[in-house]
Design a protein around this ligand. Sequence first.
Ligand code: SF4
Length: 482
Amino acid sequence: MTPPVTSAETQAMIDDVLSAYPPKVEKDRQKHVKPNDPGGAKECEVKSNVKSRPGIMTLRGCAYAGSKGVVWGPIKDLISISHGPVGCGQYTWGTRRNYANGQLGIDNFTVMQITSDFQEKDIVFGGDKKLAAILDELVEVFPLVKGVSIQSECPIGLIGDDIDAVSTAATKRLNMPVVPVKCEGFRGISQSLGHHIANDAIRDHVLGTREIAEQTPYDITLLGDYNIGGDAWASRKILEDMGLRVIAQWSGDGTVNEMATAHLAKLNVLHCYRSMNYIATTMEERYGTPWTEFNFFGPTKIVESMRKIAEFFDDTIKEKTEAAIARYQPFFDKVRETYRHRLEGKTVMLAVGGLRPRHTVGAYEDLGMEVIGTGYEFAHKDDYTRSYPELKQGIVVYDDPTAYEMEEFTRRLKPDLVGAGIKEKYVSHKMRTPFRQMHSWDYSGPYHGVEGFAIFARDMDSAVNSPSWNLFDAPWANSKKS
Ligand code: SF4
């Protein structure tokens, strides 16, 4: 089967793939899978942010995962208690590879799994006393901890434990922020509501509670960068090369103090719009702080974003920005020269989270690659509106794709590379399709920033051009032979 080229051909492919569903499901999924129109024509709009259909294998996570796993977990000097049975916390143990400076268990708690380990008696009689005891014990065991967040799992909401009262009492008793986060997994339809709840909890309990001694006109915050594989460090380096002072990183390698003083920034720069636009708009409304989105994947977008950010400042910053771009250029050229001829014309299919289905498109194009299918797990309408112009006419765009759809589109589009999450990785491998995990960079990174582009290019090249793909058949191909 030849992969589709035009919008009509893509629509025919979509119709054929979705025809395998019962009629009601087919009708519903038609609204979520469309050929792209860069102009954002109404009939091409992808429906999003609605409940996944029961019985369909979705790629989504829950609100608790969005709050603990994405927003709160990377704050390094704060302990997030997974409040409830041990299983949910186990899922987020080890994090999304959010790197952080500091000594593990001394002043850096990011990769630790702290849970209230609910048992039957806690469900029956309530866990408030247990939670209060855990908080006291934590401060004794980890004297340098600077705050605690209580991440509610499903059972806590169901039994109605009063984590607000426990937190208020502990905040006074322990003299540090103890923040209740009501992010039970049953709230909302995906991890997206967890991001929102997490942002709101930071807004209500931490933001704007402290001051910094000396301010400069160039103070900014770096929002929505979780330092996966060192991403935020690479982003920060560019911002500092531009002459800006990053007073807070949200939340990769961030601290409680940075959350508390972020309101003093002159500009908020936002990488992951989906997970942190809430706090950016809060700061705009409450403190009048402007914000702007940026994209530090690949040279084209890096340069574009640097100039966009510099526009908020005076000539000093603009000149430093141009000087930094001039310094980066030979490096960018070298990376392109090394990898472009190996990757030119190769195709990619993506299915990721908050920003990558659109933000990485430019980086692939910098390497001569083409994104031929993309979609989000938990996006909203405004994410898709931002995506259409970044994508080619007629490519397939899918929202909350099912495991079946991912497999079928891979079969039909025959991409040279699939970029998605761990749940899709081994299916893709079994189909002999090269794969990169685009949530946590498959133990690599950073992919953001100047040096990140070289690592991104190397990893895509080693996946796509690995000779191993020709050394085996898909298991079902072998079973047919026998
Ligand atoms: S949905 Fe509920 S039980 Fe499941 S991981 Fe999320 S918080 Fe835990």
